[in-house]
Ligand binder design. Structure first.
Ligand SMILES: C[S@@+](CC[C@H](N)C(=O)[O-])C[C@H]1O[C@@H](n2cnc3c(N)ncnc32)[C@H](O)[C@@H]1O
Length: 267
């Protein structure tokens, strides 16, 4: 067994590293504040992983102890409660919980297990805002967790977009697992009708690049949920969206970062 220690600077970088580890057949991982420790069965896989991050200080070490990798991996993904939702990793078999809407998410290649603060805040905003019959655009859908929440809250039509093909593949599996019927997937935001709600949980720089598309896709009076913003980026985000009316902010901290999410209305 080979153990690879690799540092990360932010959540996006961490997700990229995790994705690359999957693609190179990793057997499990452990996370600390600034590093990931990833385990590979053989040296070829750890070398393949290492070659994708040539600009980083990576430590590779052969380890001998036998570890129950699967149970470690499973411990990493927990059931998440955001009433009325119970977000359950697909390997956990639980009966339909009384009073909750169960959402099954395959915790694998795509971002969006529900555990990240930026996702949690989007879900809370969706719970407040989605009304029966709404149309919703999930821009940067990852696992499609937000689209699935939107449909279960009564959205009539959800359009889920992600530029990452792997995310689209995973999203498709999750949509099927959750028996959703109103979600369509795409790798690009084609010209569509305007939406009642747009939810976008991506990094600030990408949100700023996407602003003109957001403007074009949201109805007047429609709601815009933005997440993935760090506290220190608040002014930049608010300046860029000064032509919208700010309705509410949410904040959540994790070990390393202070995240802010915004609810805007298009005026
Ligand atoms: C932070 S994840 C959010 C996933 C999920 N919506 C959630 O809230 O957990 C951001 C996603 O946006 C996608 N993405 C990045 N740039 C994009 C763009 N320009 N257009 C659409 N999707 C993009 C990434 O591939 C990634 O899956």
């Amino acid at each position: 067994m080979w153990q690879v220690k690799i540092p990360f600077k932010n959540e996006e970088e961490k997700e990229k590293i995790i994705l690359s580890s999957y693609l190179n057949n990793s057997k499990g991982l452990q996370e600390s504040d600034k590093d990931l420790i990833i385990f590979f069965e053989n040296k070829e896989d750890s070398d393949g992983f290492k070659s994708s991050f040539t600009n980083k200080e990576i430590f590779v070490e052969k380890v001998s102890q036998k570890i129950d990798w699967l149970s470690k991996w499973k411990r990493f993904h927990k059931i998440i409660r955001i009433p009325p939702f119970l977000i359950v990793p697909s390997f956990k078999k639980i009966k339909k919980p009384l009073g909750f809407k169960k959402i099954i998410i395959n915790p694998s290649f795509a971002f969006g297990t529900g555990s990240h603060p930026t996702t949690k805040m989007c879900i809370k905003f969706l719970i407040d805002e989605v009304k029966k019959g709404d149309t919703v655009l999930d821009l940067g859908c990852g696992s499609a967790i937000l689209s699935i929440c939107a449909e279960k809250l009564g959205a009539l039509r959800v359009f889920a977009v992600d530029i990452d093909e792997i995310a689209i593949k995973e999203a498709k599996k999750n949509i099927i697992k959750n028996r959703c019927k109103n979600i369509s997937l795409s790798t690009s935001l084609e010209k569509t009708d305007k939406f009642d709600i747009i939810v976008c949980n991506i990094l600030l720089t990408t949100i700023l690049e996407l602003k003109w598309q957001i403007d074009g896709a949201l109805k007047k009076g429609g709601k815009l949920i933005l997440s993935g913003i760090l506290k220190e980026q608040t002014d930049e985000l608010m300046n860029a969206f000064s032509d919208y009316k700010l309705l509410k902010r949410r904040t959540l901290k994790d070990k390393n970062y202070h995240w802010i999410s915004f609810l805007y209305e298009k005026i």
